[in-house]
Design a binder for this molecule. Structure first.
Ligand code: NAP
Length: 294
């Protein structure tokens, strides 16, 4: 049995769908049963903050696909529950984590990774570049103003559709033994900038500094530590930190990853504008940060 956590999110929902399509035994961990995936899928209702629900979800599980907002205490609780249940392999979705990163979120991921590597089960790490799905957070601002504010400068990003992260993860958890101890780097097929994003969306890219972005996010109600991490991450992107590509999606899945153009074509309705006014950094509101909102 494969347990997928975060099964209502970008990666988890698609991974569950792909595994169910292959008729593999899969169980989805969800907080809200009303939002549980459909199809031939087991459902475990649980919460990362309630270890007893995790232990119930782990029954008969061999492999865990660990996806979450990556709060260290929560992912560590899942790993500890997996160890108690005798799970053989944990596949963890992560980012460009390191213990000395200036970005708090990446240091948190590094703590989780270190815990996993010292826990006993076999492990596989999926280190992803930024998700195209983050762009959907910009959609309200684009619809309202015809453009978006962003502090990533002209930094290139090997942006990946989260569904390709899910496809890579599904391929691994379907036959995990061959991937034990491996770290994969997951990216889209090309390096893109936010100017390219603007062009694809026929939207205006209004460049602001990471400091201005941080202030705008805080004004919009994004919690300060999250605004700090987001602004730091965008500043790093501007410096070239996300300008990396890898062939790993295609070698794991047998298919090239989706392009930005195909992502935009599939989501065009979300970005469509009714009446446009001038883009304004003051127009940023909660959920329009273009990045993770945790
Ligand atoms: N976004 C990026 O650009 C990016 C880039 C590289 C790596 N990553 C990594 O990708 C991962 C996030 O993946 P994602 O985008 O698929 O996540 P997501 O769409 O934000 O989904 C998060 C999932 O976690 C669930 N969840 C949240 N709190 C929970 C709790 N207390 N108990 C149980 N479930 C809970 C959510 O359930 P509800 O639906 O109930 O809220 C949801 O299913 C993180 O590790 C992140 O670091 C992201």
């Amino acid at each position: 049995m494969i347990l997928v956590t975060g099964a209502t999110g970008n990666v988890g929902s698609e991974a569950v769908r792909l595994l169910a399509d292959q008729r593999l035994p899969v169980r989805a961990l969800v907080r809200d049963p009303a939002r549980a995936p459909h199809g031939p899928v087991g459902i475990a209702v649980g919460d990362f903050d309630r270890p007893e629900t995790l232990d119930a979800a782990m029954r008969d599980v061999d492999t865990v696909l660990l996806v979450s907002p990556a709060v260290p205490a929560q992912e560590i609780a899942v790993i500890d529950s997996a160890v108690r249940a005798g799970v053989a392999h944990v596949v963890k979705v992560t980012s460009k984590a390191s213990a000395d990163s200036p970005v708090d979120r990446r240091r948190g991921q590094a703590r989780i990774e270190a815990h996993l590597l010292g826990s006993g089960p076999a492990w596989t790490l999926l280190r992803s570049n930024a998700y195209m799905q983050n762009l959907l957070a910009l959609a309200p601002m684009i619809r309202e103003t015809g453009g978006f504010v962003m502090s990533a400068g002209d930094g290139q990003v090997g942006m990946i559709d989260a569904r390709d992260v899910a496809a890579a993860a599904a391929a691994i958890v379907a036959a995990p033994a061959a991937h034990a101890g491996n770290t994969y780097w997951l990216t889209g097929p090309e390096l893109v900038t936010y100017a390219d994003v603007a062009e694809e969306l026929t939207a205006e890219y209004r460049r602001i500094s990471p400091g201005e972005h941080r202030e705008a996010m805080i004004r919009a109600g994004v919690p300060e530590p999250v605004a700090n991490s987001n602004a730091q991450a965008f500043g790093l992107i501007a410096e070239g930190d996300a300008a990396w590509l890898s062939p790993d999606v295609e070698s794991l899945t047998g298919r090239p990853p989706r392009t930005l153009r195909s992502f935009v074509a599939e989501h065009v309705a979300a970005f469509q504008t009714s009446s446009r006014t001038s883009p304004d950094s003051r127009a940023i509101s909660s959920g329009q940060t273009g990045f993770e909102n945790r």
